[in-house]
Design a protein around this ligand. Structure first.
Ligand SMILES: *Cc1c(COP(=O)(O)O)cnc(C)c1O
Length: 376
């Protein structure tokens, strides 16, 4: 069976974890590996501050707290996304207002956002699907015009760019995921990217149970105390050690995934040219990170048959997401603004092919062959 995902493992993770335990004697949060990961993220993305978190979900929760989202506030986001995008705001009592996506990138349709803005709107949450950027220039202009916060769900977007700038660094806050299904992993984990210096101190406090412990560790105060609301959003240093091993080989992992992605595209292009399937679109001013390779079948029925055919051939291909506005919690907590032209229709066509670090050339060739065979 060719699995849909295999968690990334370079081989050096175990050495790094051992160092955390036996040399650093530090396995709780904010140890040396956490600091190295943060520095790496700051250097590679250019963000003012990166804080490692226990997940992207938690990074988004932190961003919602920092953006002062309260009961009854509205937050604009796509319905075609993972539940966490909405959950983080629903937890604060806010109403997710879902806006339709573009069929080419599966991202929030930037031309439909303005009509969804009301006097209760507090934030826009662009989700960079498959590590391909939303139209950030337009989104940032709207945010400025209406004085809204922008929180980027860049869970899939690490090392992707929009007009040369790293995803996660446009909005007030950017959220990365290091879940085992993402390009770089620590099992469960994530990071909060903070654009403005004035938000850093409160972020550190909320992340550390509402205490000013970070300041204490830096020697800026002589004892730490409870100063604000908070929770525990910091991962243990063993997990950070696993991640650091991957970040040290980030370019190799990136290149490996990109080889698979490009080969899929090359092999499946003839099928797309014949109009049998559709392939992902990467806008000219965007670079992507080979997070995902998907194809689009004609409709739900054809996709279902294709999944079965691939399964019979020992290939695990998967689909997502059930649009949030059609899920029970989505109906309870949110609403869709405007018409659902593409969200449901395109989500029913999309199929993700196996994509992971160390997927071999032969495996990609075999998978593409089977897809082509299906359409013969
Ligand atoms: C993976 C993912 C998340 C959640 O990430 P966790 O680290 O598992 O919390 C959120 N949004 C999107 C778009 C994702 O792909």
């Amino acid at each position: 069976m060719i699995d849909f995902n295999v968690p990334p493992y370079t081989g050096t993770e175990i050495t790094y974890i051992e160092e955390a335990i036996a040399k650093n004697h530090k396995i709780c949060g904010d140890g040396p590996f956490t600091h190295r990961c943060s520095e790496w993220l700051e250097k590679r993305t250019g963000t003012t501050k990166a804080l490692l978190t226990t997940s992207c979900t938690h990074a988004t929760e932190l961003a919602a707290l920092l953006s002062d989202i309260h009961k009854g506030d509205e937050v604009i986001m796509p319905s075609y996304t993972f539940v966490s995008t909405a959950d983080a705001f629903v937890l604060r009592g806010a109403v997710p207002v879902f806006v339709d996506i573009r069929p080419d990138t599966m991202n929030l349709d930037e031309t439909k956002i303005e009509a969804a803005i009301t006097e209760r709107t507090k934030a826009i949450v662009p989700v960079h699907y498959a590590g391909v950027s939303c139209e950030m220039d337009l989104i940032m202009d709207l945010a400025k015009k209406y004085n809204l916060a922008v929180i980027e769900d860049a869970a899939q977007g690490i090392l992707s760019t929009y007009k040369g700038k790293a995803l996660g660094t446009f909005g007030d806050f950017g959220c990365f995921s290091f879940h085992e299904t993402k390009n770089y992993s620590m099992g469960e984990g994530g990071a909060l990217l903070i654009r403005d210096k004035e938000n850093v101190e409160r972020a550190e406090i909320i992340r550390e149970k509402g205490t000013n412990r970070a300041k204490f560790f830096r020697g800026q105060i002589d004892k730490y105390t409870w100063v604000d609301v908070g929770s525990s959003y910091l991962p243990g240093d063993m997990n950070a050690a696993y991640l650091m091993a991957q970040l040290d080989l980030a370019d190799e992992i990136f290149a490996d995934r990109m080889r698979s992605w490009n080969l899929y595209e090359e092999l499946l292009k003839p099928l797309a040219d014949k109009g049998k399937i559709e392939l992902p679109t990467i806008p000219k001013h965007c670079t992507h990170n080979a997070h995902m390779f998907y194809i689009k079948a004609k409709d739900l029925k054809e996709r279902t048959t294709l999944i079965h055919f691939l399964k019979e051939n020992e290939i695990q291909a998967v689909f997502h997401y059930i649009p949030l506005h059609s899920a029970p919690a989505g109906q309870q907590f949110g609403r869709f603004h405007g018409e659902d032209v593409y969200t449901t229709k395109e989500s029913e066509r999309l199929l993700r092919l196996p994509m992971f670090y160390k997927l071999t050339e032969n495996q990609v060739r075999f998978i593409a062959e089977k897809v082509i065979e299906f359409y013969h």
